[in-house]
Design a binder for this molecule. Structure first.
Ligand SMILES: Cc1cc2nc3c(=O)[nH]c(=O)nc-3n(C[C@H](O)[C@H](O)[C@H](O)COP(=O)(O)OP(=O)(O)OC[C@H]3O[C@@H](n4cnc5c(N)ncnc54)[C@H](O)[C@@H]3O)c2cc1C
Length: 380
């Protein structure tokens, strides 16, 4: 009898597992990929794509998922573009609202892989194009609108000095605050704490690179409120009561797991899915979770890739009646922040990387050349 594997989320984690399973050419397995987006969004490059002058085209950062799956026999898969809105992991069903209809659909499965990732928590009037929170049309529109606003603004506040905030400020600084020594815009990075990047060992290197591209960093500046004024400016209220006025406010802070469709018994207090060493959801056999919605050991692309490979192999083992293996993580943690188009701050484990090494590994292209591997399946 045909077994059904449902995968929720068509990003780095979910699409990787889909390719892996479909490449096995099982005679009796159907893979159903359910995702909000018809396109994989190479979101690492979003920080640079908001700068029109960087000349990143939509085709460079969006890869078609229908095209990715079209290389497999039509009867071996189904692609549903829509959002999972609820689930019952005991009766093995998930309810989905397809993007082209209001009619919900309940889909049964034998095995389930959860890969719906995370989103940034926007504090303010504008949505941000850092993650694929919406459909492809909405996301490309949001990206283009953000590009326009960035071009128009003379004063920009980037809030949140985690990796995304550092990279966004770095790209803006590179293009506008210190382009050929010319200052075209004020770029301010608001840091809630004393150190940027939560005091990571690359924090002072990143700070020094940001200064080189003309970014002004304001420490101990936690945002508590954001308001749009009648004149179209944005007022940013800080915890100390100070009010900053800006042309454009770009929030980057907070990470919320996309797990609202799951029963809370499967989640920790912050809403992340709890898994065991096999990456099976705690208390739900035959259901795995990978990537940002697990957030373990932290949210990150390479971590997601490792988990996707491990869980793909575990689903395969179960389908073949074999035992699962512990999912292996990264041997050491790698963190590289691009700071504009020519400099980086990074480390491999505890060993600091030269700026040029980080640039060659990440900063030069932000990895967009790897998008093709997710479409033609080389990734899995
Ligand atoms: C600006 C930025 C830059 C980054 N750069 C780096 C980097 O350089 N290196 C690095 O290691 N990490 C980086 N990251 C982190 C990286 O993006 C994540 O770790 C990665 O995206 C996790 O992939 P994922 O597959 O778990 O989920 P996500 O990429 O979060 O994707 C989840 C998918 O599920 C879909 N989805 C969500 N909810 C539902 C639902 N209810 N039903 C159906 N589908 C749903 C979404 O639309 C999306 O397609 C960056 C993050 C940001 C924000």
């Amino acid at each position: 009898m045909t077994k059904t594997v449902v995968i929720l989320g068509g990003s780095y984690g979910g699409l990787h597992v889909a390719h892996y399973l479909l490449k096995q050419k099982y005679p009796d397995v159907k893979v159903i990929l359910i995702t909000k987006n018809s396109h994989l969004f190479w979101n690492f490059a979003s920080v640079r794509a908001i700068v029109k002058e960087a000349n990143i085209q939509d085709k460079d950062i969006f890869g078609s998922i229908p095209e990715a799956l079209s290389r497999y026999p039509a009867e071996s898969y189904e692609l549903v573009i829509g959002a999972a809105t609820s689930s019952d992991l005991k009766s093995k069903t998930v309810t989905v609202t397809p993007s082209d209809s209001k009619q919900t659909r309940t889909i049964s499965y034998d095995y389930l892989v959860l890969a719906t990732g995370s989103r940034t928590s926007d504090l303010g009037p504008n949505l941000m194009p850092w993650k694929a929170n919406d459909g492809y049309e909405e996301l490309t529109k949001l990206l283009h609108e953000t590009q326009e606003k960035v071009q128009q603004a003379k004063h920009i506040i980037v809030a949140g000095a985690g990796a995304t905030g550092v990279e966004v400020a770095g790209e803006l600084g590179f293009e506008y605050a210190n382009a050929n020594g010319e200052k075209k815009k004020e770029i301010i990075l608001l840091n809630a704490d004393q150190e940027i990047l939560r005091g990571d060992s690359i924090s002072s290197a990143a700070r020094s690179e940001l200064k080189k591209v003309g970014v002004q960093i304001r420490d101990n500046s936690r945002v508590t409120d954001v308001k749009t004024t009648a004149g179209g400016k944005t007022e940013v209220v800080l915890a100390n009561g100070e009010v900053l006025v800006t042309d454009l406010y770009l929030p980057t802070m907070g990470l919320i797991p996309n797990t609202e469709y799951l029963d809370k018994i499967y989640l920790d207090k912050n809403g992340f899915v709890v898994v065991n060493d096999l990456y099976e959801v705690q208390g739900a056999e035959g259901i795995w979770a990978i990537g940002d919605l697990v957030g373990k050991p932290r949210c990150g692309f390479m971590i997601t890739q490792k988990q996707a490979a491990g869980v793909g192999a575990n689903v395969d083992a179960v389908l073949r009646g074999k035992g699962q293996s512990v999912v292996k993580g990264m041997p050491f943690d790698i963190l590289v922040c691009a700071v504009g188009r020519s400099r980086t701050a990074g480390r491999m484990g505890v060993v600091k990387m030269l700026s040029v090494m980080g640039w060659a590994a990440k900063g030069r292209t932000l990895g967009i050349e790897r998008l093709g591997g997710y479409i033609d399946g080389r990734v899995a």
